[in-house]
Design a protein around this ligand. Structure first.
Ligand code: F0G
Length: 458
């Protein structure tokens, strides 16, 4: 008999962090005090924290030892040169500017490349990325394939660009109004869905013809590469590291939140192949982040990134990483819970519209579901729906098709038993879904409202 071969973690546990166990009464009080916003909970009141995979990774012993060698010199830190060398070696970009995290890089890049009135097409928005584009005077336009907005579509590459949508924008505005195409690998807001190499190559060919740059949001590029290896013809035998290098080679520059793929708790960078863009970025980073050889990071943070990058490209690491996410997804599907398909790279995205069909989108179904799951078990998740989408420049709500609750899995942190607890809790809430009432927003901040908005039960 041929037994199934399970994935398992390519590491063992050397140190543990103890968690506080709470009662349902504690949690009801905590979520009410947090205005039914999981961002406003204290993490000490959380049992399993699936708010985000950002900066919540467990570092390896290799990273912790590199930490001790951090060079904290203000200028010319050797840790900067180690990080620069890793970015050049594994991603292939020529010039690197460190930033405190991804949005620091987005700020600088948007300021350099976008002029008032420009159009920035992208394969779905990300909250901070789009806001920086708008603050620089640009308008974001979504050119992702329609399947990405359909939680049930089984398209293997929901991160793909619809070249007809792009071509219509280029014809309407002309290439001179389009400073770059913003391409995310493993599109977060679509549910952690990959773009295919074939699509990226077509896009490269198109943008070369029209003289338009591709800027790569490479926050989860290794997870995208894993899906290319698993799903795309011609790549089954290719190492993730080589796929990542090829993806980067098809783009002109990048912004990176190292807090995800690169397995650290803080950090990021901007990278470019163009000298004059680099020169301007080196000027701006001094204003907004710190000197161009630390960009808001400690030397030890840059050392941890330099070690984290190659660890993130290891085939066994990604297999276990995405394997754990898939395990949770399958457990939820076994309970009949509606989730975005195919299962994504960094988390499970529960379809709150299908879960709570009796709520209108103005009653914030995903926000509400996230609060219910927390109350049930202390599992913290995040809304990715109408609250996250925010308001248009004219002040009206964006009404995204996708109204999701994201169960985001930190890398190398939780065990399979934790995943069982999560799935069982969602099943519990699903059983009593018809009794769940919506929310109303009682406080709304001006920017990125999902972080601090407050709600009350209807
Ligand atoms: N781009 C993508 C695709 C992201 O997911 C994030 C952050 C950023 C850029 C910004 O990077 O946080 O380092 O400034 N995403 C986090 C999340 C916050 O929870 O998905 P940052």
């Amino acid at each position: 008999m041929n037994h199934k071969k399970s994935w398992a973690e390519p590491y063992k546990i050397k140190m543990v962090e103890l968690l506080k166990m709470t009662t349902e009464k504690d949690r009801k009080k905590a979520i009410r005090e947090a205005g039914y916003n999981t961002f406003l909970l204290r993490s000490a009141d959380v049992y399993i924290d699936l708010l985000t995979d950002s900066g919540t990774n467990a570092m390896s012993d290799g990273q912790w030892s590199a930490f001790m060698t951090g060079d904290e010199a203000y200028a010319g830190s050797k840790s900067y040169y180690n990080m620069e060398k890793a970015v050049q070696k594994y991603y292939g970009y020529k010039y690197v500017v460190p930033t405190h995290q991804g949005r620091g890089a987005e700020n600088i890049l948007s300021k350099i490349l976008i002029k008032e009135g420009d159009i920035v097409p992208g394969n779905m928005y990300f909250t901070t990325t789009r806001l920086h584009q708008e603050l620089a005077g640009g308008t974001f336009r979504d050119i992702i394939i329609n399947e990405a907005h359909d939680p049930l579509s089984e398209h293997p590459f929901k991160g793909n660009v619809d070249l007809d949508k792009l071509d219509a924008l280029v014809k309407q505005y002309g290439p001179s109004k389009i400073p770059y195409i913003s391409i995310a690998t493993n599109v977060n807001m679509a549910g952690g869905q990959p773009i295919s190499m074939a699509n990226l190559k077509e896009l490269r060919e198109y943008t070369h013809r029209h003289g338009i740059r591709i800027i790569h949001d490479m926050t989860r590029v290794a997870e995208n590469a894993y899906f290319i290896q698993q799903r795309e013809d011609g790549y089954h035998q290719t190492k993730i590291a080589d796929i990542v290098k090829e993806i980067c080679s098809l783009t002109d520059g990048a912004t990176m939140s190292a807090k995800k793929d690169a397995l650290v708790n803080i950090g990021g960078f901007m990278a470019t192949n163009e000298w004059d863009v680099y020169e301007e970025a080196r000027n701006l980073v001094v204003v907004y982040e710190g000197l161009h050889t630390y960009g808001g990071l400690a030397g030890r943070d840059m050392e941890a990134i330099a070690v984290g990058i190659p660890e993130s490209l290891d085939d066994n690491h990604q297999h276990a990483r995405v394997g754990q996410v898939e395990y949770l997804g399958h457990r939820m599907m076994d309970f009949g819970i509606p989730i975005v398909r195919p299962i994504g790279g960094h988390g499970i995205f529960v379809d709150a519209k299908a879960f709570l069909p009796h709520l209108t989108q103005d009653q914030f179904p995903a926000q509400c579901l996230a609060a219910e799951v927390y109350t049930d078990s202390g599992v913290r998740t995040m809304e990715r729906g109408i609250v996250s989408a925010g308001r248009k420049p004219d002040g009206s709500h964006y009404y995204p098709n996708l109204e999701l609750v994201r169960f985001t899995i930190p890398r190398r942190v939780y065990t399979q038993a934790h995943m069982d607890v999560v799935a069982e809790s969602v099943a519990n809430v699903y059983d009593r879904r018809k009794k769940i009432k919506g929310l109303k927003m009682v406080y709304e901040p001006k920017y990125l409202r999902f972080f601090q908005a407050r709600f009350e039960k209807l």
